[in-house]
Design a protein around this ligand. Structure first.
Ligand SMILES: [Fe+2]
Length: 420
């Protein structure tokens, strides 16, 4: 018998989303079993964050604490950051370098592949006590995750028999990550923020191009991205992930101004002192200047012109989500390029000129829906029905329906005849 309430999607095309999905404690608990420990691949970090043997970082996948490190075999390993003895968190630091991981509670020690190395007083004291002679250390390591490194991006899964990562990503996302990580990267900073809202509201936000130039006035005021530019969204064949994209210089300013004036969006009323911080220094073979690439369920890869980052989504409870931003550039960047990326990174992040409002959008949606759990949102901008893999308009809710379609399938809530 399941403890979760009945979650009913009233339409088979997921154009109506019941508000209970954001608030219910039992749904949230089930998400950890069915999604975070289910068949998904989860973003762990960048291989460039642990370049040398013994380099480690701690993270959370869902709420499960995880360590990843570079082993003495040169590979990245990831395991649950929880001592096999009593369940205490073994590695409490955010990052470091170590030869082993030792729990402070009773000093059980594990190697860089998560194997149990040693147990203090294993043979007892003066021949008394200790563990049974047949205690099998090999069976009491840290729980290992299956890890795959795709162009330096580290993903892991709890699934025993997952689909291959490249199939999970699908062709658009595999190609896009190969583009973004074509050269060796270097990390240039971190940012963290807490959103007082459900983790899925953030997944919707990053799949939602409709709001971009409406919520974020900075975008239209300074012409960074406009709905009149070439752009849209690509999805994987299962529609669980999305990449929204825009191309520089593909529209006319007059046409854009007319549309935005009709939508009562302010334009051209203020000027920046240092406009060059917004410059796009083209660095890919295509003209695509903005890509927001989201992989179900816990990551977004951001290219806002030259500001590059990964955003890891770490749920803490139904109404609280931590976002963990890793800013990166390429190893062959000049100091000037690194400075440009860092300046331009002021666009995004907790106080970002074009992302600060996303936190507010998540929070007002969370608060607005808290006591009407059977009511639902209306997610049909761009049309309902079947979900296309290539969305050629920028004003659409279509990738949100893809997200919900996969979420509902994993959770067991998909209605009869649901679209995929
Ligand atoms: Fe936004």
């Amino acid at each position: 018998m399941r403890n979760e309430p009945a979650i009913v999607f009233p339409k088979r095309d997921f154009s109506r989303v019941p508000y209970a999905v954001y608030h219910d404690e039992a749904v949230y608990a089930a998400e950890h079993e069915k999604i975070f420990k289910g068949p998904t691949w989860l973003y762990v970090g960048l291989a460039a964050e642990v370049p040398n043997a013994g380099d480690f970082r701690t993270t959370r996948l869902g709420e499960t604490p995880v360590v990843f490190n570079r082993g003495s075999d040169g590979k990245v390993h990831a395991f649950v950051n929880r001592c096999a003895h009593r369940g205490a968190i073994v590695r409490r630091e955010p990052y470091g370098n170590a030869k082993d991981h030792t729990c402070i509670y009773h000093r059980w020690a594990y190697d860089l592949e998560g194997n149990l190395l040693g147990v203090p007083f294993q043979r007892g004291v003066n021949g008394k006590g200790g563990l049974a002679p047949d205690f099998d250390k090999a069976a009491h390591g840290l729980r290992k995750l299956r890890v795959e490194d795709y162009h330096g991006v580290v993903f892991a899964t709890f699934a025993a028999d997952p689909e291959p990562l490249v199939d999970y990503l699908g062709p658009h996302h595999a190609r896009h990550l190969a583009r973004l990580f074509a050269k060796p990267v270097k990390v240039i900073g971190y940012q963290r923020q807490v959103l007082y809202g459900n983790w899925k509201l953030y997944n919707e936000n990053v799949r939602d191009q409709y709001h971009g130039s409406l919520l974020h006035e900075f975008i239209t005021t300074f012409g960074i991205s406009r709905v009149t530019q070439n752009g849209g969204a690509w999805m994987d064949p299962r529609h669980r992930h999305s990449i929204s994209w825009s191309e520089e210089g593909s529209d006319s300013t007059a046409e854009a101004n007319k549309l935005y004036a009709e939508a009562k969006v302010k334009q051209g009323v203020v000027r920046l002192h240092e406009e060059e911080f917004l410059d796009y220094r083209r660095e890919y073979p295509d003209k695509v200047s903005i890509t927001i690439c989201s992989v179900f369920p816990n990551v977004t890869f951001q290219q806002i012109r030259n500001a590059l980052a990964t955003r890891q989504i770490r749920p803490k409870r139904p109404g609280e989500t931590e976002l963990y931003w890793t800013l990166f550039g390429y190893q062959d960047d000049t100091p000037d390029m690194t400075r440009h990326r860092l300046l331009q990174s002021n666009l995004a992040g907790p106080a970002g000129l074009i992302s600060m409002e996303d936190g507010e959008a998540v929070e007002i949606t969370y608060r607005g829906t808290v006591r009407d759990r059977d009511a639902h949102s209306v997610v049909e901008m761009g049309g309902g029905g079947a979900i296309p893999t290539d969305v050629t308009i920028k004003v659409s809710d279509i990738p949100l329906r893809g997200f919900w379609s996969y979420w509902a399938e994993l959770m067991g809530y998909a209605p009869e005849g649901a679209v995929r």
